[in-house]
Design a protein around this ligand. Sequence first.
Ligand code: SAH
Length: 341
Amino acid sequence: MVDIKSITPEELAGWFKELGEPAFRAKQVFQWLYRGVASFEEMTNLPKSLRQKLTEIALLTPPAVARKQVSQEDGTIKYLWRLSDGNCVESVLMRYRHGNTVCISCQVGCRMGCAFCASTIAGKVRDLSPAEMLDQVLFTQIDSGTAVSNIVLMGIGEPLDNFDTVLRFLTLVNHPDGLNIGMRHISLSTCGLVEQIDKLAQHGLQLTLSVSLHAPDDETRSKIMPVNRSVGVEKLLETCRRYFEKTGRRISYEYAMIDGVNDAGWQADLLARRLRGAPAHVNLIPLNEVEESPLKPSRRVADFQKRLEGQGVTVTVRRKLGGDIDASCGQLRRKAMREET
Ligand code: SAH
């Protein structure tokens, strides 16, 4: 079976040639795919015999909306998608002045085990396919009637733990015949898998790499992020510097502010010291409370920000969108899982 939405327009054309079909048929199929059809039967300008053949040899896996929440405050929309095998993942559409951004998932669950994150509680079930990632963007656009200009890989899962799929997804959304979303409009967030960061650097993509740092010292970071137990902060930041040298792209560091864990003055000072030497941007994130976790949001966000800025660090505080819905990472999937069991 060919997973028809995971291949590029060029690969699709090549495959149709092998099948002995004229080139314009590949173009017709491509157009249908991006209109969001759920089956080959719906491709009404293809001969019936070709539709039947495609049904037998190609795979189409459109997601269905399992749940949808719309924020009354800011128009943020949260989708819980049911995938073709019954698993669910989430996407969020956020409306910013600079454009509409969709946050998408790359795995069903996650195996990274971060203490504050809802997505990892039940572990990883499986990786998504390129098509399943692409469809989150496409169907968000179709269902909401909103054109998406930016993509962030900050939903459920660890993008660099599904490396080849994520690269292929990037090729697909970036393709001029496809969604044509520029690399500079895409952010990829990682918990810090150093070998894969080096591997990504080799591709020299112009996307924004966001690194979930969350603590400047190994003791704290290892406590809340198991990934730090094998590779500490120093090696991670060295890798980030190499990434910058190779790509010329400034790295963005995410820092979820957790009460009494990573919000002390000395931690701001250490963070500032450790980020010196390469352009960096720190994004402080007010912690979203997760029902299953005892961690609480910090009350010192403004102090922490001031202390970093006083030492020359560029800092922003992430604005909270969709506060009236389960808009943050993994929450809606958890809720659905709790209610279904
Ligand atoms: N696996 C990737 C991307 C997924 S999460 C990563 O670790 O970066 C996207 C961001 O949300 C990460 O920075 C993650 O650490 C953060 N995050 C997860 N749970 C959170 C919570 N409860 N409150 C605030 N930020 C959270």
